[in-house]
Design a protein around this ligand. Structure first.
Ligand SMILES: Nc1ncnc2c1ncn2[C@@H]1O[C@H](COP(=O)(O)OP(=O)(O)OP(=O)(O)O)[C@@H](O)[C@H]1O
Ligand SMILES: [Mg+2]
Length: 361
């Protein structure tokens, strides 16, 4: 990890409690958000070039064109927005863009840019062609956003010097740069900001086949022997998310080191995932507790999120932001105006007979 990256995370960790929800809960292996202790492990596993980047064929192809076009014309590429859920490779892709363009990457994040001066300091240090990466760009403060518009459009900003009636505005030229923004909540971006990106890459969840390649590649880098079926097993429990795949691989490796002579075969992978409580659909104890409450406690719902949270002993926000998105995507629960409802697959997942009229039957 670079010093800049480390500093950014430290800043967020100590000074911006509200930004801490970008870090997953320790102990929840299937939380797609990064865990603070794994940041180093993650950076070792990042692909370094577009060719090495697995999956996301559409995004890779589009980016390849955008970057090749810019290289051909010898200009900085258009500003790029990388949008998608946590752990799918946005930061990795930002680093690859800089790598492919042969320029340097300056990293910061929305919550770290509080005053316009914070951004002005970043911008005035840019060299021509640099990539400015703003993670969680939906969280930048309004005055910063206004300065960013100008910088993106005209490569110029106005710096206000002094206070009150004596304040003057000094125009400052910025060398042509490319802004790469990443967001897990593109809906929270204001229209004017979104419009200033020349290209938006929408990152999608990964198919098991691609995640299997992610697991196999990571095992190679970590120097662990893994069988093909064990790689598929880990991939299929990883919720479409490379970060989770890499994390489960590390857990399984620890288990294999102790119990299987360091070799990961299907038996070792399954046994390890039982120990770490990640089932064959990638659900952990909390996900199953939510389904059990919904089905055994309330006949399948509808149940409000607050009652669900109370029953499983979690914050409503954890249920809404961590459990539900995946359960909804896996087609196990549906959100309705009256509350959450279990679908047929949820009943089946718990091995129960669904009553007639269950959603999805
Ligand atoms: N296509 C890929 N191939 C191989 N590994 C990948 C790929 N995409 C992501 N990873 C791995 O997954 C981990 C998480 O990726 P990354 O940090 O880029 O996600 P992110 O989208 O920026 O997440 P967040 O929203 O939390 O910032 C990294 O360790 C990275 O190595
Ligand atoms: Mg990231």
């Amino acid at each position: 990890m670079t010093d800049i990256e480390r500093t950014e995370f430290n800043v967020q960790d100590t000074s911006f409690p509200s930004a801490n929800d970008r870090f997953g809960q320790a102990g929840r292996d299937v939380d797609a958000r990064a865990q603070f202790e794994e940041l180093d492990a993650e950076s070792n596993l990042r692909p370094k070039s577009l060719d090495e980047f697995i999956g996301q064929p559409k995004v890779r192809k589009q980016l390849d064109l955008v970057l090749a076009g810019a290289k051909g014309r010898k200009v900085a590429p258009d500003h790029i927005l990388l949008s998608g859920p946590p752990g799918l490779g946005k930061t990795t892709m930002a680093m690859i863009i800089a790598q492919e363009m042969g320029t340097s990457l300056r990293m910061t994040s929305g919550p770290a840019l509080i005053r316009a001066g914070d951004l002005a300091a970043m911008l005035s240090n840019l060299l021509e062609g640099d990539i400015l990466f703003i993670d969680e760009i939906h969280r930048i403060a309004r005055p910063v956003e206004e300065m960013l518009y100008m910088a993106m459009e005209d490569f110029r900003i106005d710096v206000i010097v002094g206070k009150g009636p004596g304040a003057t505005s000094i125009p400052l030229e910025i060398p042509p740069f490319t802004l790469v923004g990443a967001t897990t909540r593109s809906g929270m971006l204001t229209g004017p900001l979104r419009d200033r990106f020349g290209f938006t890459a929408q990152m999608e969840f990964y198919e098991v086949e691609d995640l299997t390649k992610v697991v196999t590649r990571a095992a190679g880098i970590l120097g662990v022997e893994i069988s093909a079926d064990a790689a598929v097993e880990i991939a299929s429990r990883s919720r479409g998310t490379p970060r989770i795949a890499n994390r489960l691989l590390r857990r399984v490796r620890d288990f294999a080191d102790v119990h299987a002579g360091g070799v990961i075969d299907l038996g070792a992978a399954r046994a390890a995932l039982i120990v770490f409580d990640v089932d064959e659909s990638g659900l952990d104890r909390l996900d199953r507790a939510v389904l059990t409450t919904l089905i055994k406690g309330h006949g399948g719902g509808p149940v409000g999120v607050n009652s669900l949270a109370l029953a499983v002993g979690e914050e409503p926000s954890t249920i809404e932001e961590v459990c539900e998105p995946y359960l909804v995507r896996a087609g196990m629960i549906a959100r309705t105006s009256r509350g959450r409802v279990a679908t047929l697959s949820a009943w089946q997942h718990l091995g129960l007979q669904a009553p007639p009229g269950t959603l999805g039957s």
